[in-house]
Every structure is written in structure tokens, then in C-alpha cells.
Design a protein around this ligand. Sequence first.
Ligand code: SF4
Length: 241
Amino acid sequence: MRQDFKISYSRVSTYLFCPYKYKLIYLDNMHIPVNADITFGHIIHKTLEQFHSETEQSYDNLFEYYDSSWKKDGFTDPQQIFEYYNRGKHMLENYYKSFSESEAEVLYVEKAFDANIGKYRFIGIIDRIDKYSDGTYEVMDYKTHAKIWEQERIDKDLQLSFYAYACRNVFGFNPDKIAVYFLSDNKKIYTKRSQMEINVAVNVAIEVAEAIAGENFDPDTSKCQFCNFKLKCKYSIANYS
Ligand code: SF4
């Protein structure tokens, strides 16, 4: 049984999508092809991390960081770059306005955690944690894609359950508010996690860790048509469709 690996939300979700995809990425070091959405997400996350790392946050600095974070990897043509760039600008203008009007203190941005679940090491990074003057905490996950998720999907989201686990068990506070922050619409959608729901999520992570330790990497070909590796994977059935 191997135990020389860490568990994270990305790893768990990749394994649940297809165990063989997990092997391709994390054991065979195959890279997911970069596209405009992936690069754009990195640019926005990096911009906001730099913005909040300053002791005083200004509008000018936000856009300076935005410009310096830009890269063209994965974009298909100048028109697409132009469209994404303007989308990001609009997004950050709204973000700045909401941030300036918020009474909460931004406590952490891109806050890493490292915990043990069972005999496995469990790591992750939380996009943002705010603290309000009444002592309550708000935990956020940024999303940069255009589509807003349904409440049901947010209520079941595994990553938010892992965030809640880390807040309670690593950082020692209760996440009173848990939000997915859809930056394209400058809209937060809130959810909650009970201790029972957190336990269920942790058990999912442990089950995945056990399967990885047991080197169970059977392909799930029902997902091939949605997979980044559908043109490269030897088990792909999407090659022939
Ligand atoms: S192409 Fe299909 S079998 Fe191969 S990694 Fe992707 S989902 Fe799994």
C-alpha cells in the first residue's frame, strides 16, 4: 500500500471523475491542456492575492496587479484575449466596489491548510476568509466562470465542505458564512455545513485515499467525452465517436 501522497480537493475530485485520470495527472505527470478559462482563473486569483497582500488596497494597485498578472497561455486569438481582458476589468471594478463597502476585515487570502485525516495528509488553499466586527467569520471560494451555480450544487459542493473542515479543525473557528463568490456577476451564494456533512465529506476523502493507496486506477469510460485527455488516453471511448 502506498502512502507517499497527499490528498486535496483537486485530487479527490479528479479521482471521483475517473481514477485513471488521477493516475495520468498525479502519477504519470501528464499535463492538462491549458485553455482560456484556466489561464483567466489563475490571473484573477493572482491579482486578488497581490491586491490583498498590501497593507492598504487601492483601485490603481488592483489594476496594476491585473495588468502584470496577464499571460496569453491557452487563448486562441487576440479577439479572445480582448474579450477576457475586458471581462476581468469589469469583474475587478465590481469587486473593488463591494470590497470598499464591506465592513468585514479580510483576514486571509489564499490561506493554505495542512491536516491529517486518518493516516493521510490533507492539504488545500482557501481563497478568502473575512472576519466581521461581531466576531463571525465568512469563508469564500472565488469562481471566475460566467455561469452561476444552482443552490443545490453549492449545498453539496465537496470543496466547501473541506473548507469548513479546515476552518473548524485546523484554524479553530466556526465558518458562520460559507460562500461561493461568482466574480463575473459580483454575486455571493451562501451555504452552510453541519458537522455531519463535514464528516461525510471527510469520509469521502479517506475512501479516495484508501483507493489511491491500494493503486485502484480503473478507467471510468462514462466520462470520456468530458475529459481533457479524451484524445490521448488509451482507454478513451471518445476517440471513436
Ligand atoms: S479519457 Fe476516459 S478513461 Fe481516459 S482518463 Fe479520461 S475519463 Fe478516464
